[in-house]
Design a protein around this ligand. Structure first.
Ligand code: BGC
Length: 725
């Protein structure tokens, strides 16, 4: 028995049917209502035992109460797989052999699939592997909005748009929790940068909070049913998020009716009284001594001194026990969920997400897909073709069961008939990881010489998970490629015009030095353990790319809002989000700035024509269904994402020019026509009115825009949501 609490459960069950007087409720009887079982349990707990449920007792566990059969809670990162076991005394790996896991593509890559069904499959993998490893809570998904392309953890989140982030978050949470494991959504809220994340004080107006930074959290709680929420490190409006009454009590627990558990990010508590009164339920952290945590002895003393009521503690304990009830952890005779780990099915899911999230940015002269039958030699260039990336980047790192590098994937796909060679081209120098560091060897001339001899060249470039790139704890310092990769790509493309550039990165890269000359560019956002196979499948045409960017690629850093307004990374640790609602494409649209590649953009090997837009009155929750035909006029089957944006003509308060409110990804066979159907509801037309503190849908005309990207609107129709009502 995993938790060793069966004997205590038997003690509890004896109370049922003892025959004398009214039968006491038994907290471990699953036939009783959960809240009554919790009442019963709370009545049996001593104050010390209650307090022990409110703080960590090791880095990733909370003690149970063996006397009453309450098992310990086991938590683990993270978003892209179940993290390896960590030594309880420091951050080193525990050195076990049973903690290899499926490494899923990064959440940003998942967002690039625009396929919530895949999001649910993704969550299922994480949940099943967590179950096998005995984890009760998985610290995932992260859903902070990408406010700046420099954000060190952008790769861990769902991009810049609140609607897309919400759809993917709900799917992921559902997938995880269907496996009997709780999802802890993070980081609540406004943890949009790594620089100064522990101290920065974020300021923003109410509409921006409600319309941009909170919707994914709200959806994950209300639609996804997330059982736990992690408070962020930073401050919001002068108060740390883990003691922020407005965020935790007023919005999360009050308005959204969240009945689950609010925990800190690791070491994010700052004060016993402030946290206890303002909505925190569980303090997690890294360093010993755990019994001195704000929510350990100091909390006990505060209650004993009468400074805090026991009822407040009981509510926190209740939330902890509710989560356990939801996972059936307190049911007599419970068998923990079996789960599954490292199965072919998990690996196939990882590959599918990897394939669907790859975005084709440029394909002049249809260089791609490469025809393996016609090529004799291919040279693969670049450190990212051979570099393993799973085990780095911070808390999202994974001890992957295996990792197929791009070079390996290409060899597996065409190595039997094409002569594939490798040239390093660039690499991170051992001596320095700074942007302009250069490896001592003469890598560029060698790569150029190899490229000249080859029928085609594949450069695998980009970033990695070292500090100052895509990594927890620091942001990127610029949008440029490090280690002289621009020089490499320009020189190689010049030497061989049949050059494809694959970028592996958590976001936008500037490409001025070579984009004009390089015919084909593919973007991948850390595609997980099947990276090489997925890339090869796209490059050689087994898979028709269908990913679309979940974030804007600006031409230069100062085109993006926070940088244009000098509103990042804050001054004296204060950071007003002066761009307000104009995050990502909302800003580029409002200011009429041409991006390098727009939000929602991605090419295919076929061509899709849009037509026959129809708005049909909806039923139930839906106000209207947007319907349009998508014809595949090319020669290959393909999947297309139809994106629906809404634009209000005369809003009382200023609104962004257009906002994503729906999308559908459909498969259309070559030469055929499919129909995309996208329902819109009241929320699709509403904005947050800070005066009435509510969402309002005004009497106005709205334009419903259907596009292949945010800058490629193919169809539009006017709509009055009140007409006929
Ligand atoms: C990160 C969280 C993570 C936690 C536990 C923190 O540093 O911000 O995302 O879940 O550590 O590893």
């Amino acid at each position: 028995m995993r938790f060793g609490f069966r004997s205590s459960l038997i003690a509890g069950l004896i109370l049922i049917g003892s025959g004398c007087g009214p039968q006491p409720l038994s907290y471990n009887d699953p036939r009783q209502p959960a809240e009554k079982r919790i009442d019963d349990l709370i009545a049996r707990l001593t104050l010390e035992e209650k307090i022990s449920l409110l703080h960590a007792n090791t880095k990733f566990t909370v003690a149970g109460v063996p006397r009453l059969g309450i098992p310990p809670l086991h938590l683990s990162d993270g978003p892209h797989g179940v993290r390896e076991e960590i030594d309880p005394n420091d951050w080193r790996a525990a050195g076990r052999t049973d903690d290899y896991a499926t490494w899923m593509p990064s959440l940003e890559h998942l967002a690039a699939t625009w396929n919530p069904q895949l999001g649910e499959s993704y969550g299922r993998v994480i949940g099943q592997e967590a179950a096998v490893r005995g984890k009760n809570i998985i610290l995932s998904p992260g859903m902070n909005i990408q406010r700046t392309p420099l954000g060190g953890r952008n790769f861990e989140f769902f991009g810049e748009d609140p609607y897309l982030a919400a759809r993917m978050a709900v799917a992921d949470v559902r997938g995880i929790q269907a496996q009997g494991v709780a999802s802890c959504i993070k980081h609540f809220a406004a943890n949009n940068q790594e620089q100064d994340r522990g101290t920065v004080d974020v300021e923003m107006d109410e509409r921006t909070l409600r319309e941009i930074y909170l919707p994914a959290f709200r959806a994950a709680v209300q639609e996804g049913g997330a059982l736990a929420v992690m408070g962020a490190y930073n401050k919001l409006r002068g108060t740390y998020c883990c003691e922020n009454d407005y965020l935790l009590n007023t919005i999360l627990k009050g308005e959204w009716g969240f009945t689950g558990l609010v925990m800190t990010d690791w070491g994010a508590a700052h004060d016993t009284m402030q946290s206890a009164l303002h909505g925190l339920d569980l303090e997690m952290g890294t360093n010993k001594p755990f019994d001195q945590y704000y929510f350990a002895r100091p909390l006990l003393l505060a209650v004993q001194r009468g400074e805090l009521p026991v009822s407040l503690i009981d509510d926190k304990v209740r939330r902890h026990l509710r989560l356990m009830m939801a996972l059936h952890m307190l049911d007599a005779g419970r068998t923990p969920p079996a789960g599954a780990i490292n199965t072919p099915d998990h690996q196939a899911t990882s590959r599918r997400v990897a394939e669907e999230g790859i975005v084709l940015l440029k394909n002049d002269g249809d260089l791609l897909p490469l025809d393996a039958g016609k090529l004799k030699t291919i040279v693969v260039i670049g450190e990212n073709a051979v570099r393993k990336l799973a085990h780095a980047g911070g808390s999202a790192q994974i001890k992957a069961l295996y990792e197929i590098t791009p070079l390996q994937g290409i060899l597996d796909r065409v190595g039997d008939r094409v002569n594939v060679s490798f040239s390093m081209g660039y690499k991170e120098p051992r001596s320095s990881r700074t942007m302009n560091a250069r490896a001592p060897e003469d890598l560029i001339p060698r790569a150029v010489a190899a490229a000249k001899q080859a029928d085609a060249v594949i450069i695998v470039a980009g970033l990695n998970h070292e500090d100052n790139f895509d990594s927890e704890g620091s942001d990127r310092k610029s949008l440029a490629l490090p280690y002289h990769q621009d020089e490499l790509i320009a020189a190689v493309t010049k030497a061989n015009p049949k050059t494809v550039v694959v970028l592996i990165s958590g976001g936008a890269i500037t490409m001025d030095a070579w984009l004009g000359q390089t015919p084909a560019v593919v973007q991948a956002f850390y595609p997980g353990m099947e990276t090489g196979h997925a890339l090869a499948a796209v490059l050689f045409g087994d898979v028709n790319p269908s990913g679309k960017l979940p974030c804007t690629f600006p031409k230069k850093l100062n085109d993006s809002p926070a940088h244009a307004l000098d509103a990042y990374p804050g001054k004296n640790l204060k950071e007003p989000y002066t761009e307000g609602l104009l995050v990502g494409y909302r800003w580029f649209d409002a200011k009429n700035i041409e991006p390098l590649f727009p939000f929602g953009y991605g090419l295919s090997y076929t061509h899709f024509d849009y037509g026959n837009l129809k708005l049909t009155p909806g039923t139930g929750d839906s106000l209207v269904t947007v319907e349009c035909d998508i014809t595949n006029s090319g020669k290959r089957d393909g999947e297309e994402v139809a994106e629906v944006y809404v634009s209000q003509r005369h809003p009382r308060l200023p609104r962004p020019p257009k906002e994503l409110k729906g999308f559908a990804k459909i498969l259309v066979r070559a030469g055929e026509t499919g129909t995309a159907r996208i329902p819109l509801n009241t929320a699709s037309f509403s904005y947050y009115d800070p005066d009435s503190k509510s969402w309002v849908m005004e009497h106005d005309t709205f334009d419903v825009l259907v596009g292949a990207s945010s800058r490629d609107i193919r169809l539009s129709a006017a709509f009055d949501p009140y007409q006929g009502r």
